[in-house]
Ligand binder design. Structure first.
Ligand code: PMP
Length: 402
Protein backbone atom coordinates (compact mmCIF):
# COMPACT_ATOMS: atom_id res chain seq x y z
CA UNK A 1 0.00 0.00 0.00
CA UNK A 2 2.47 2.63 -1.16
CA UNK A 3 -0.49 4.89 -1.69
CA UNK A 4 -1.60 4.82 1.94
CA UNK A 5 1.84 5.43 3.31
CA UNK A 6 2.35 8.38 0.92
CA UNK A 7 -0.88 9.89 2.14
CA UNK A 8 -0.01 9.10 5.74
CA UNK A 9 3.35 10.83 5.58
CA UNK A 10 1.84 13.77 3.88
CA UNK A 11 -0.90 14.19 6.52
CA UNK A 12 1.51 13.84 9.38
CA UNK A 13 0.02 10.45 10.32
CA UNK A 14 2.77 8.06 11.29
CA UNK A 15 2.31 4.72 9.57
CA UNK A 16 2.27 1.78 11.92
CA UNK A 17 2.05 3.44 15.33
CA UNK A 18 -1.49 4.76 14.97
CA UNK A 19 -0.35 8.16 16.13
CA UNK A 20 -3.24 9.93 14.54
CA UNK A 21 -6.50 8.46 13.29
CA UNK A 22 -8.22 11.02 11.11
CA UNK A 23 -11.96 10.33 10.78
CA UNK A 24 -13.13 13.71 9.50
CA UNK A 25 -12.67 13.34 5.75
CA UNK A 26 -16.11 14.91 5.25
CA UNK A 27 -14.80 18.22 6.61
CA UNK A 28 -11.51 18.29 4.74
CA UNK A 29 -9.33 15.84 2.84
CA UNK A 30 -5.60 15.81 2.25
CA UNK A 31 -4.72 16.44 -1.36
CA UNK A 32 -3.90 13.25 -3.28
CA UNK A 33 -0.09 13.14 -3.78
CA UNK A 34 -0.58 12.52 -7.52
CA UNK A 35 -2.79 15.62 -7.69
CA UNK A 36 -0.32 17.61 -5.62
CA UNK A 37 2.42 16.83 -8.11
CA UNK A 38 0.32 18.25 -10.94
CA UNK A 39 -0.79 21.28 -8.92
CA UNK A 40 2.83 22.07 -8.07
CA UNK A 41 3.70 21.93 -11.78
CA UNK A 42 0.90 24.31 -12.60
CA UNK A 43 1.88 26.74 -9.84
CA UNK A 44 5.45 26.79 -11.10
CA UNK A 45 5.00 26.75 -14.85
CA UNK A 46 1.40 27.28 -15.98
CA UNK A 47 0.72 30.82 -14.92
CA UNK A 48 -1.25 31.86 -17.97
CA UNK A 49 -4.74 33.33 -17.99
CA UNK A 50 -7.07 31.08 -20.01
CA UNK A 51 -8.67 34.19 -21.55
CA UNK A 52 -5.36 35.47 -23.00
CA UNK A 53 -4.92 34.88 -26.72
CA UNK A 54 -1.15 34.32 -26.71
CA UNK A 55 0.46 30.91 -26.48
CA UNK A 56 0.79 30.94 -22.67
CA UNK A 57 -2.91 31.76 -22.42
CA UNK A 58 -3.82 29.06 -24.92
CA UNK A 59 -1.85 26.53 -22.90
CA UNK A 60 -3.82 27.53 -19.80
CA UNK A 61 -7.06 27.29 -21.76
CA UNK A 62 -6.17 23.79 -22.88
CA UNK A 63 -5.55 22.77 -19.27
CA UNK A 64 -8.88 24.25 -18.23
CA UNK A 65 -10.75 22.35 -20.95
CA UNK A 66 -8.95 19.11 -20.08
CA UNK A 67 -10.08 19.45 -16.45
CA UNK A 68 -13.61 20.18 -17.62
CA UNK A 69 -13.64 17.01 -19.70
CA UNK A 70 -12.38 14.87 -16.80
CA UNK A 71 -15.11 16.17 -14.50
CA UNK A 72 -17.79 15.65 -17.15
CA UNK A 73 -16.55 12.06 -17.48
CA UNK A 74 -16.85 11.41 -13.74
CA UNK A 75 -20.58 12.21 -13.79
CA UNK A 76 -21.30 11.24 -17.42
CA UNK A 77 -22.11 14.81 -18.49
CA UNK A 78 -23.08 15.15 -22.18
CA UNK A 79 -19.88 17.06 -22.96
CA UNK A 80 -17.25 19.23 -21.27
CA UNK A 81 -19.28 22.40 -21.90
CA UNK A 82 -21.75 21.25 -19.25
CA UNK A 83 -19.19 21.99 -16.49
CA UNK A 84 -18.93 25.50 -14.99
CA UNK A 85 -16.05 26.07 -12.57
CA UNK A 86 -16.69 27.96 -9.34
CA UNK A 87 -14.61 28.67 -6.24
CA UNK A 88 -16.39 26.11 -4.02
CA UNK A 89 -19.42 23.87 -3.62
CA UNK A 90 -21.09 26.67 -1.67
CA UNK A 91 -20.72 28.96 -4.66
CA UNK A 92 -21.99 26.27 -7.05
CA UNK A 93 -25.07 25.78 -4.83
CA UNK A 94 -25.70 29.54 -4.79
CA UNK A 95 -25.34 29.73 -8.57
CA UNK A 96 -27.64 26.76 -9.18
CA UNK A 97 -30.42 27.96 -6.92
CA UNK A 98 -30.39 31.72 -7.27
CA UNK A 99 -29.35 31.43 -10.91
CA UNK A 100 -32.17 29.05 -11.87
CA UNK A 101 -34.82 30.80 -9.76
CA UNK A 102 -34.05 34.30 -11.02
CA UNK A 103 -33.55 33.34 -14.68
CA UNK A 104 -36.85 31.43 -14.73
CA UNK A 105 -38.87 33.86 -12.65
CA UNK A 106 -41.35 34.13 -15.53
CA UNK A 107 -42.49 30.58 -14.65
CA UNK A 108 -43.25 31.47 -11.04
CA UNK A 109 -41.77 32.37 -7.69
CA UNK A 110 -41.54 29.08 -5.81
CA UNK A 111 -38.55 26.95 -4.84
CA UNK A 112 -38.34 23.61 -3.01
CA UNK A 113 -35.72 21.72 -1.02
CA UNK A 114 -35.52 18.95 1.53
CA UNK A 115 -35.21 19.95 5.17
CA UNK A 116 -31.75 18.33 5.39
CA UNK A 117 -29.99 20.24 2.60
CA UNK A 118 -26.63 21.88 3.25
CA UNK A 119 -26.88 25.36 4.69
CA UNK A 120 -25.57 26.87 1.44
CA UNK A 121 -28.68 25.52 -0.31
CA UNK A 122 -31.11 26.48 2.45
CA UNK A 123 -29.68 29.97 2.89
CA UNK A 124 -29.75 30.60 -0.89
CA UNK A 125 -33.42 29.68 -0.83
CA UNK A 126 -34.08 31.82 2.26
CA UNK A 127 -32.58 34.79 0.46
CA UNK A 128 -35.01 34.19 -2.41
CA UNK A 129 -37.80 33.94 0.17
CA UNK A 130 -36.91 37.43 1.43
CA UNK A 131 -37.39 38.59 -2.14
CA UNK A 132 -40.91 37.24 -2.44
CA UNK A 133 -40.35 33.57 -3.37
CA UNK A 134 -42.31 30.83 -1.60
CA UNK A 135 -40.02 28.18 -0.08
CA UNK A 136 -41.47 24.68 0.15
CA UNK A 137 -39.47 22.49 2.53
CA UNK A 138 -39.91 18.75 1.96
CA UNK A 139 -39.72 16.62 5.13
CA UNK A 140 -37.64 13.45 5.45
CA UNK A 141 -38.34 10.28 7.45
CA UNK A 142 -36.42 9.20 10.55
CA UNK A 143 -33.61 7.78 8.39
CA UNK A 144 -33.30 10.95 6.30
CA UNK A 145 -35.03 9.73 3.13
CA UNK A 146 -37.07 12.42 1.37
CA UNK A 147 -40.84 11.80 1.43
CA UNK A 148 -41.73 11.20 -2.21
CA UNK A 149 -45.46 11.80 -1.82
CA UNK A 150 -44.79 14.98 0.09
CA UNK A 151 -42.40 16.08 -2.65
CA UNK A 152 -45.02 15.38 -5.29
CA UNK A 153 -47.62 17.44 -3.42
CA UNK A 154 -45.27 20.35 -2.72
CA UNK A 155 -44.23 20.97 -6.33
CA UNK A 156 -46.39 23.26 -8.44
CA UNK A 157 -46.11 24.69 -11.94
CA UNK A 158 -44.58 27.78 -10.29
CA UNK A 159 -41.60 25.87 -8.83
CA UNK A 160 -38.51 27.17 -10.59
CA UNK A 161 -35.96 24.87 -8.93
CA UNK A 162 -36.06 21.87 -6.56
CA UNK A 163 -32.91 20.94 -4.67
CA UNK A 164 -32.33 17.50 -3.14
CA UNK A 165 -28.87 16.31 -2.17
CA UNK A 166 -27.41 13.04 -3.50
CA UNK A 167 -26.29 12.06 -0.01
CA UNK A 168 -26.30 13.87 3.31
CA UNK A 169 -22.98 14.85 4.84
CA UNK A 170 -24.13 14.58 8.48
CA UNK A 171 -26.06 11.30 8.48
CA UNK A 172 -24.74 9.66 5.30
CA UNK A 173 -28.16 8.83 3.89
CA UNK A 174 -28.30 8.41 0.10
CA UNK A 175 -31.49 9.78 -1.49
CA UNK A 176 -33.47 7.94 -4.20
CA UNK A 177 -32.45 10.49 -6.83
CA UNK A 178 -33.93 8.67 -9.84
CA UNK A 179 -37.38 8.48 -8.24
CA UNK A 180 -37.10 12.10 -7.15
CA UNK A 181 -36.06 13.15 -10.63
CA UNK A 182 -39.05 11.37 -12.15
CA UNK A 183 -41.45 13.29 -9.90
CA UNK A 184 -39.75 16.61 -10.66
CA UNK A 185 -39.54 15.98 -14.41
CA UNK A 186 -43.11 14.70 -14.72
CA UNK A 187 -44.07 18.24 -13.71
CA UNK A 188 -41.61 19.76 -16.20
CA UNK A 189 -39.41 21.28 -13.48
CA UNK A 190 -35.66 21.58 -12.85
CA UNK A 191 -33.82 19.35 -10.35
CA UNK A 192 -30.63 20.53 -8.66
CA UNK A 193 -28.59 17.90 -6.78
CA UNK A 194 -25.81 18.71 -4.33
CA UNK A 195 -23.40 15.80 -4.81
CA UNK A 196 -20.60 17.24 -2.66
CA UNK A 197 -20.66 14.41 -0.10
CA UNK A 198 -21.49 11.64 -2.59
CA UNK A 199 -19.10 12.20 -5.50
CA UNK A 200 -16.10 9.92 -5.44
CA UNK A 201 -17.90 7.38 -3.24
CA UNK A 202 -20.91 6.35 -5.31
CA UNK A 203 -21.31 6.39 -9.09
CA UNK A 204 -23.18 9.42 -10.43
CA UNK A 205 -24.65 9.53 -13.93
CA UNK A 206 -26.40 12.84 -14.52
CA UNK A 207 -28.06 11.58 -17.70
CA UNK A 208 -29.38 8.28 -16.33
CA UNK A 209 -30.24 9.90 -12.98
CA UNK A 210 -32.12 12.76 -14.67
CA UNK A 211 -30.26 15.68 -13.10
CA UNK A 212 -30.39 19.24 -14.48
CA UNK A 213 -27.87 20.91 -12.16
CA UNK A 214 -25.26 19.16 -10.00
CA UNK A 215 -22.78 20.54 -7.47
CA UNK A 216 -19.27 19.13 -6.94
CA UNK A 217 -16.35 20.14 -4.73
CA UNK A 218 -12.67 19.67 -5.54
CA UNK A 219 -11.48 18.90 -2.01
CA UNK A 220 -14.16 16.26 -1.50
CA UNK A 221 -12.47 14.38 -4.37
CA UNK A 222 -8.99 14.78 -2.75
CA UNK A 223 -8.30 17.82 -4.90
CA UNK A 224 -7.13 21.21 -3.62
CA UNK A 225 -9.47 23.60 -1.84
CA UNK A 226 -10.56 26.62 -3.85
CA UNK A 227 -12.41 24.94 -6.72
CA UNK A 228 -15.92 23.64 -7.19
CA UNK A 229 -18.05 22.89 -10.21
CA UNK A 230 -21.63 23.09 -11.36
CA UNK A 231 -22.91 20.72 -14.03
CA UNK A 232 -25.53 22.48 -16.14
CA UNK A 233 -27.55 20.23 -18.45
CA UNK A 234 -27.64 21.57 -22.02
CA UNK A 235 -30.65 23.89 -22.41
CA UNK A 236 -31.04 24.72 -18.69
CA UNK A 237 -31.24 28.47 -18.24
CA UNK A 238 -29.32 30.21 -15.45
CA UNK A 239 -28.70 33.79 -14.45
CA UNK A 240 -25.12 34.43 -13.31
CA UNK A 241 -24.54 35.44 -9.72
CA UNK A 242 -21.01 36.89 -10.20
CA UNK A 243 -20.75 39.51 -12.92
CA UNK A 244 -17.59 40.67 -14.67
CA UNK A 245 -15.48 39.56 -17.61
CA UNK A 246 -17.82 36.79 -18.77
CA UNK A 247 -15.57 33.78 -18.07
CA UNK A 248 -17.15 30.31 -17.87
CA UNK A 249 -19.51 31.11 -20.76
CA UNK A 250 -20.80 34.09 -18.80
CA UNK A 251 -22.11 31.93 -15.95
CA UNK A 252 -19.26 32.75 -13.55
CA UNK A 253 -17.05 35.74 -14.13
CA UNK A 254 -13.57 35.98 -12.66
CA UNK A 255 -10.22 34.57 -13.79
CA UNK A 256 -10.30 30.84 -13.29
CA UNK A 257 -8.24 29.35 -10.43
CA UNK A 258 -6.28 27.22 -12.86
CA UNK A 259 -4.04 25.21 -10.52
CA UNK A 260 -6.97 24.21 -8.28
CA UNK A 261 -9.14 23.44 -11.32
CA UNK A 262 -6.42 21.33 -12.96
CA UNK A 263 -6.05 19.52 -9.63
CA UNK A 264 -9.79 18.98 -9.43
CA UNK A 265 -9.75 17.47 -12.92
CA UNK A 266 -6.98 15.07 -12.00
CA UNK A 267 -8.76 14.19 -8.73
CA UNK A 268 -11.95 13.45 -10.69
CA UNK A 269 -10.04 11.12 -13.06
CA UNK A 270 -8.52 9.23 -10.10
CA UNK A 271 -11.91 9.02 -8.38
CA UNK A 272 -13.45 7.56 -11.53
CA UNK A 273 -10.72 4.92 -11.82
CA UNK A 274 -10.47 3.94 -8.14
CA UNK A 275 -13.91 4.64 -6.68
CA UNK A 276 -15.45 1.22 -6.80
CA UNK A 277 -12.52 -0.60 -5.17
CA UNK A 278 -12.09 2.08 -2.52
CA UNK A 279 -15.83 2.17 -1.77
CA UNK A 280 -15.89 -1.60 -1.24
CA UNK A 281 -12.90 -1.39 1.09
CA UNK A 282 -14.39 1.45 3.13
CA UNK A 283 -17.79 -0.25 3.35
CA UNK A 284 -16.12 -3.14 5.19
CA UNK A 285 -14.44 -0.77 7.66
CA UNK A 286 -17.65 1.25 8.08
CA UNK A 287 -19.82 -1.79 8.79
CA UNK A 288 -17.46 -3.20 11.38
CA UNK A 289 -17.14 0.19 13.05
CA UNK A 290 -20.93 0.58 13.20
CA UNK A 291 -21.38 -2.91 14.62
CA UNK A 292 -18.78 -2.39 17.34
CA UNK A 293 -19.82 1.13 18.36
CA UNK A 294 -23.47 0.12 18.63
CA UNK A 295 -22.54 -2.34 21.37
CA UNK A 296 -22.01 0.69 23.64
CA UNK A 297 -25.08 1.18 25.84
CA UNK A 298 -27.28 4.13 24.86
CA UNK A 299 -25.73 4.48 21.39
CA UNK A 300 -27.74 4.77 18.17
CA UNK A 301 -26.95 5.01 14.48
CA UNK A 302 -28.19 8.19 12.78
CA UNK A 303 -29.23 8.00 9.13
CA UNK A 304 -30.12 4.97 7.06
CA UNK A 305 -28.52 1.61 7.86
CA UNK A 306 -27.96 0.49 4.26
CA UNK A 307 -28.71 3.46 1.96
CA UNK A 308 -25.68 5.26 3.29
CA UNK A 309 -22.33 6.47 1.98
CA UNK A 310 -19.62 3.78 2.11
CA UNK A 311 -17.35 6.04 4.17
CA UNK A 312 -19.94 7.31 6.64
CA UNK A 313 -20.74 6.18 10.19
CA UNK A 314 -22.75 8.56 12.39
CA UNK A 315 -24.12 8.05 15.89
CA UNK A 316 -25.77 9.66 18.84
CA UNK A 317 -25.21 8.84 22.48
CA UNK A 318 -27.65 9.38 25.32
CA UNK A 319 -26.85 11.97 27.97
CA UNK A 320 -23.67 13.44 26.51
CA UNK A 321 -22.79 16.29 24.22
CA UNK A 322 -21.16 16.27 20.79
CA UNK A 323 -18.52 18.96 21.24
CA UNK A 324 -17.24 17.23 24.38
CA UNK A 325 -17.14 13.94 22.45
CA UNK A 326 -15.10 15.62 19.71
CA UNK A 327 -12.63 17.17 22.17
CA UNK A 328 -12.26 13.95 24.17
CA UNK A 329 -11.67 11.91 21.03
CA UNK A 330 -9.06 14.47 19.98
CA UNK A 331 -7.24 13.80 23.25
CA UNK A 332 -6.93 10.21 21.97
CA UNK A 333 -5.58 11.78 18.75
CA UNK A 334 -8.66 10.70 16.83
CA UNK A 335 -10.37 13.47 14.88
CA UNK A 336 -14.15 13.24 14.48
CA UNK A 337 -16.94 15.69 13.82
CA UNK A 338 -20.24 16.41 15.50
CA UNK A 339 -23.48 17.39 13.89
CA UNK A 340 -24.63 18.95 17.11
CA UNK A 341 -23.38 22.35 17.88
CA UNK A 342 -22.36 24.40 15.58
CA UNK A 343 -19.69 25.80 13.73
CA UNK A 344 -22.25 28.55 13.36
CA UNK A 345 -21.91 30.25 16.72
CA UNK A 346 -25.37 29.28 17.94
CA UNK A 347 -26.29 26.69 20.51
CA UNK A 348 -28.94 25.20 18.25
CA UNK A 349 -28.40 21.55 17.36
CA UNK A 350 -27.98 20.44 13.75
CA UNK A 351 -31.01 21.15 11.55
CA UNK A 352 -30.45 17.73 9.96
CA UNK A 353 -30.79 15.83 13.24
CA UNK A 354 -33.88 17.81 14.20
CA UNK A 355 -35.35 17.15 10.73
CA UNK A 356 -35.05 13.36 11.24
CA UNK A 357 -37.14 13.76 14.38
CA UNK A 358 -34.57 13.83 17.18
CA UNK A 359 -35.31 15.88 20.28
CA UNK A 360 -32.91 18.74 21.02
CA UNK A 361 -31.15 16.84 23.79
CA UNK A 362 -30.78 13.76 21.55
CA UNK A 363 -29.42 15.80 18.66
CA UNK A 364 -26.77 17.33 20.91
CA UNK A 365 -25.10 13.95 21.52
CA UNK A 366 -23.95 13.29 17.99
CA UNK A 367 -20.65 12.01 16.56
CA UNK A 368 -19.91 11.79 12.84
CA UNK A 369 -17.11 9.62 11.46
CA UNK A 370 -16.21 10.11 7.80
CA UNK A 371 -13.61 7.63 6.62
CA UNK A 372 -11.06 8.04 3.89
CA UNK A 373 -7.99 6.62 2.22
CA UNK A 374 -5.79 6.41 5.31
CA UNK A 375 -8.28 4.41 7.40
CA UNK A 376 -7.88 0.68 7.84
CA UNK A 377 -9.60 -2.22 9.59
CA UNK A 378 -6.67 -2.44 12.06
CA UNK A 379 -7.58 0.97 13.49
CA UNK A 380 -11.01 -0.20 14.66
CA UNK A 381 -10.05 -1.55 18.12
CA UNK A 382 -8.27 1.73 18.95
CA UNK A 383 -11.23 3.80 17.74
CA UNK A 384 -13.82 1.73 19.61
CA UNK A 385 -11.79 1.79 22.82
CA UNK A 386 -11.48 5.58 22.59
CA UNK A 387 -15.23 5.95 22.00
CA UNK A 388 -16.02 3.68 24.96
CA UNK A 389 -13.70 5.62 27.25
CA UNK A 390 -15.03 8.95 26.01
CA UNK A 391 -18.67 7.98 26.51
CA UNK A 392 -18.02 6.54 29.95
CA UNK A 393 -16.04 9.58 31.08
CA UNK A 394 -18.57 12.10 29.81
CA UNK A 395 -21.53 10.18 31.24
CA UNK A 396 -19.87 10.25 34.67
CA UNK A 397 -19.68 14.03 34.40
CA UNK A 398 -23.16 14.48 32.91
CA UNK A 399 -26.01 15.59 35.17
CA UNK A 400 -28.39 14.07 32.60
CA UNK A 401 -27.20 10.51 33.16
CA UNK A 402 -27.83 10.56 36.89
N1 PMP B 1 -22.73 20.64 0.32
C1 PMP B 1 -22.43 19.64 1.14
C2 PMP B 1 -23.28 18.41 1.12
C3 PMP B 1 -21.33 19.72 2.00
O1 PMP B 1 -21.03 18.71 2.83
C4 PMP B 1 -20.54 20.89 1.97
C5 PMP B 1 -19.36 21.03 2.91
N2 PMP B 1 -18.33 20.12 2.62
C6 PMP B 1 -20.88 21.92 1.06
C7 PMP B 1 -21.99 21.76 0.27
C8 PMP B 1 -20.09 23.19 1.00
O2 PMP B 1 -18.78 22.96 0.67
P1 PMP B 1 -17.71 24.16 0.77
O3 PMP B 1 -17.72 24.61 2.20
O4 PMP B 1 -16.44 23.52 0.35
O5 PMP B 1 -18.14 25.23 -0.15
Amino acid sequence: MIWHSMLGQQCGFRDGDMERIYLDYGSSKPIDPRVLELVRRYLEHNYGNPSSLHSVGLEAKRALEEARAKIAELINGENERTIIFTGSATEANNLAIKGAALRNIGKGKEVAASTIEHISVLNSMKELQKNGFILNLIPVDSTGIVGLEKLDKALTKNTTVTSIMYANNEIGTIEPIREISKIVHDKGLYLHVDATAAAGYIPIDVQADGIDLLTLSSNDLYGPHGAGALYVKPGVKLQPVLLGGGQERGFRSGTENLFAIAGMGQAARIAKDEMSQEADRLKGVRDKLIKEILTIEGSYLTGHRTHRLPNHASFRFNHIEGESILLNMDMHNIQVSTGSACSSKTLEPSHVLLAIGLKHEEAHGSMVLTLGRSNKMEEIPTIVKAVEETVERLRKLSPLSK
